[in-house]
Design a protein around this ligand. Structure first.
Ligand SMILES: Nc1ncnc2c1ncn2[C@@H]1O[C@H](COP(=O)(O)OP(=O)(O)OP(=O)(O)O)[C@@H](O)[C@H]1O
Ligand SMILES: O=C(O)[C@@H](O)C(=O)CO
Length: 423
């Protein structure tokens, strides 16, 4: 058994699998844990990703959870820490990216780190410190309307500075394009100027791979998942398909979707338009106290024997707003998550062993319903979304293959193609 090299702290569950996926694709064997494992847990992997749900909780709670993860990861002997946040830099003026990054810097006794959400494979690029989502700036991408973390300023130096006590600077594309030595020299110059956190430009995977060697001596990195593709080389690891090998998958198939993002709405439509069997869960019937979960399971049971089924609450913005207006945003969300989690549990008890879950919060609820505490990361379905294999006491076979899809990730045919990737 080898000592893990990289210890990662992710601020949500789907973000954690996204990071793990990029590390696996670049040659690391990765295990993702749900929360901080119990003392004495031994993990055999090159990298460990601790998945928290700390993105939008109060900053002090996010700090406490992240420091607990750091303590555990250091006990495993990791050589470098990676704080993973969203590729759209989801945060409020209070945090949690800045406060968590600074708390980790304090705990590690380091005076410098980087910050970049760049993830070119998913259209997230950083240029002159400004974050683009596809062809538009962050504040024109729809993220300006996010209910919890509205992003109204694409200038990440300004955004991060508003969350930090330390000075924030920039390593721009001209430096990055010159390679690792130039990045190292710029880090030294920024340090000398009293800058402690630097946003780093990256507009391509080549930029990320080029900057990798310059990051090897930093105890802490903070980033989206993109920076991960340049790190395994620092330990002499190369892309190797064996890093993504999972046990054989032969359970029944189901998809559960609570994400209401534009991408997931298209994926649900594509599945149904192509003849997939689907059950639309109506939040108002749940609110009326009807036993919709039992109804779904009765519907699904004969179908799953021969084909994948989709159970979804996914709806377009207008319909979601109408439900939220009647039930309240928090209560509507919690009620739907609870129902989908109960559906997942029932499906797995009935032999579903290949499971697609769409939505970050929904994934959190489903993983908890299956008593999953760790995931081994396998092959990528789409950028940012891998298949995983997870022990689950709920599963008759003792484990499931599961994929946790971020709301905004995946092509329109994601639901139909994911099972083929696992075959
Ligand atoms: N029809 C609906 N009406 C109201 N709320 C809903 C409905 N369907 C789902 N929800 C709630 O909306 C939220 C969707 O969040 P979730 O994180 O699962 O998806 P997402 O935001 O698209 O994903 P990500 O966080 O990965 O971007 C959940 O709390 C879910 O319960
Ligand atoms: O970085 C991303 O965009 C995703 O991994 C994510 O964090 C989704 O919540």
């Amino acid at each position: 058994m080898k000592q893990p090299k990289l210890g990662c702290i992710a601020d949500d569950f789907t973000g954690a699998t996204d990071l793990a996926n990029n590390l696996v694709r670049s040659g690391m064997r990765v295990v993702q844990t749900i929360g901080v494992p119990a003392d004495g847990t031994i993990i055999d992997a090159d990298a460990i990703v601790v998945a928290l749900k700390s993105r939008t909780i109060p900053a002090q709670e996010a700090i406490d959870q992240s420091l607990a993860a750091l303590t555990w990861l250091r006990e495993q002997g990791v050589e470098q820490i990676y704080f993973k946040y969203c590729s759209t830099f989801d945060s409020t003026a209070e945090g949690n990216i800045g406060p968590v990054a600074e708390a980790l810097m304090d705990a590690l006794g380091t005076d410098f780190t980087i910050a970049t959400p760049a993830f070119p494979d998913n259209g997230r690029t950083v240029f002159k410190g400004h974050l683009f989502v596809g062809d538009v700036l962050l504040h024109e991408s729809g993220m300006q309307n996010h209910p919890l973390t509205p992003m109204t300023d694409p200038n990440l130096v300004r955004v991060l500075q508003a969350q930090c006590k330390r000075r924030v600077g920039l390593i721009d594309y001209r430096t990055v394009s010159q390679g690792a030595d130039a990045v190292r020299a710029r880090i030294d110059a920024l340090r000398a100027e009293g800058v402690s956190l630097a946003v780093v430009d990256a507009i391509s995977n080549e930029d990320l791979v080029r900057m990798g060697p310059a990051l090897s001596s930093l105890p802490l990195l903070t980033a989206g998942s993109g920076v991960a593709i340049g790190l395994p080389q620092n330990w002499g690891l190369q892309a190797d398909a064996r890093a993504a090998e999972l046990p054989k998958a032969d359970g029944l198939r189901a998809i559960v979707s609570g994400s209401c993002s534009l991408a997931t709405n298209r994926q649900v439509k594509h599945f149904i338009d192509n003849g997939g069997k689907a059950y639309a869960l109506d939040p108002m019937r749940l609110a009326n106290g009807e036993d919709v979960v039992a109804e779904v399971l009765t519907w699904a049971e004969p179908l799953i024997a021969t084909e994948p089924v989709l159970v979804y609450s996914t709806a377009e913005a207008g319909a979601v707003k109408a439900v939220q207006a009647k039930l309240g945003v928090g209560d509507a969300g919690a009620m739907v998550e609870h129902a989908l989690a109960a559906v997942v549990r029932g499906l797995v008890e009935r032999g579903v062993g290949r499971l697609v879950v769409a939505g970050g919060e929904t994934s959190g609820a489903c993983v908890q319903a299956l008593d999953i505490t760790r995931l081994q990361i396998g092959a990528q379905i789409d950028p940012g979304v891998p298949w995983c294999h997870a022990p689950s006491p709920v599963a008759p076979a003792g484990a499931v293959h599961i994929t946790l899809k971020s709301g905004n990730f995946g092509t329109d045919d994601f639901f139909t193609k994911s099972f083929a990737v696992l075959a």
